[in-house]
Design a protein around this ligand. Structure first.
Ligand code: ADP
Ligand code: MG
Length: 337
């Protein structure tokens, strides 16, 4: 089934001031989110996942940040250069976002009811009474029982998992077309994490809201996403269907992430993590950004930066010279960016 894109990001470049200079945190990222799908964005901390999602919501803090390039097309409309006033109409309404627990915006001084009511009435003309029944309906939607009681409670009275459900309810208040969830389960324990992922999958099924799920854990992507984008040092290094990538990852970085999934690791093994860390923006001057950590790097990888190559698998792309060796061509016939 071919579905059209609801959100399209084209050649996004975002840099941040460090010292006197700007360094690129996101460097030429292009992707599309299709209607009704769940798209995963995965990569270690510092890969540029949050910057990509903030830019998609018009939320890059400037200074220290600056958008150098890129287009954002939402529901067929170019919203790249819209004013902050227009952004406010879209944000929280058609394009919504939830964050990891420590960054959530639940106010400790107000009840859940107050805060949900505010989220609803900010974007609709519902009366107080209509808003209350919408609150209860929303809490039901995110699987919270005894909704009437919860409305009177304060955030600290709820568990982490319940708070995250409330955040999701708030984000869904206006039936957004797109929900961006940035590490929504990272602060939660494994059982609760699984419940929240199931909930997101159910919401996606029921409401057809398209979801971008951002995580550092490829295991989370494996649970609910159809397609995945693997990011490293501000770039996409591999993308395609989750099923195919889990079965046959092509980029050495993706292979490393796959080895770090808890289920695959097994309980007895030591926790695997790729040796080294993601380079700071702008610090790799030459060659492949992953070469310093790559078990398979060869001479060319130190000298030249690989492009994002289309492989023979449908919709699959990989930024690695090994791919050109494998398919027996050193030329750039399949280059997409
Ligand atoms: P991720 O979400 O993948 O962990 P981020 O998108 O948050 O990574 O950040 C990528 C890089 O962008 C960071 O390593 C940092 O160098 C830079 N960066 C992000 N936000 C800021 C900021 N507010 N100020 C300065 N640099 C930033
Ligand atoms: Mg992040």
């Amino acid at each position: 089934m071919d579905r059209g894109p609801i959100l399209r990001i084209n050649d996004l470049k975002v840099s941040f001031q460090s010292g006197g200079n700007y360094a690129p945190a996101v460097d030429g990222v292009s992707f599309e989110l299709r209607e009704g799908e769940i798209l995963g964005i995965v990569g270690e901390s510092g890969s540029g996942k949050s910057v990509t999602s903030l830019a998609s919501m018009g939320l890059i803090p400037s200074p220290p940040g600056k958008i150098d390039n890129g287009k954002i097309i939402f529901a067929g409309k170019d919203i790249t250069d819209i004013s902050e006033r227009e952004w406010r109409k879209i944000r929280g309404n058609q394009l919504s976002m939830i964050f990891q627990e420590p960054m959530t915006s639940l106010n400790p001084l107000f009840t859940i009811g107050n805060q949900l009511d505010e989220a609803i009435r900010l974007h609709t003309n519902l009366t107080k009474k209509e808003s209350k029944s919408r609150c209860i309906e929303l809490l039901g939607l995110v699987g919270i029982p005894r909704a009437e009681g919860i409305l009177k409670e304060y955030p600290h009275q709820l568990s982490g998992g319940m708070r995250q459900r409330v955040m999701i309810a708030m984000a869904m208040a206006c039936q957004p077309k797109v929900l961006i969830a940035d590490e929504p389960t990272t602060a939660l324990d494994v059982t609760i994490q699984a419940q929240i992922l199931t909930l997101m999958k159910e919401l996606n099924n029921k409401t057809k809201t398209s979801i971008i799920l951002i995580t550092h854990d490829l295991g989370v992507v494996a649970e609910i996403c159809e397609r995945v984008i693997v990011m490293y040092a501000g770039q996409i290094v591999e993308q395609g269907e989750v099923r195919k990538i889990l079965k046959d990852p092509e980029h050495p970085y993706t292979k490393g992430l796959l080895k770090s999934i808890p289920e695959i690791r097994g309980k007895k093994d030591r926790l695997y993590s790729i040796p080294g860390t993601v380079p700071e923006p702008g610090t790799v001057k030459k060659g492949c950004r992953f070469a310093a950590r790559c078990p398979d790097a060869f001479a060319r990888c130190q000298m030249e930066e690989p492009e994002l190559y289309k492989t023979q698998k449908d919709g699959h792309e990989v930024r690695c010279f090994q791919h050109t060796l494998k398919e027996g061509s050193g030329d750039h016939a399949g280059v997409t960016s």
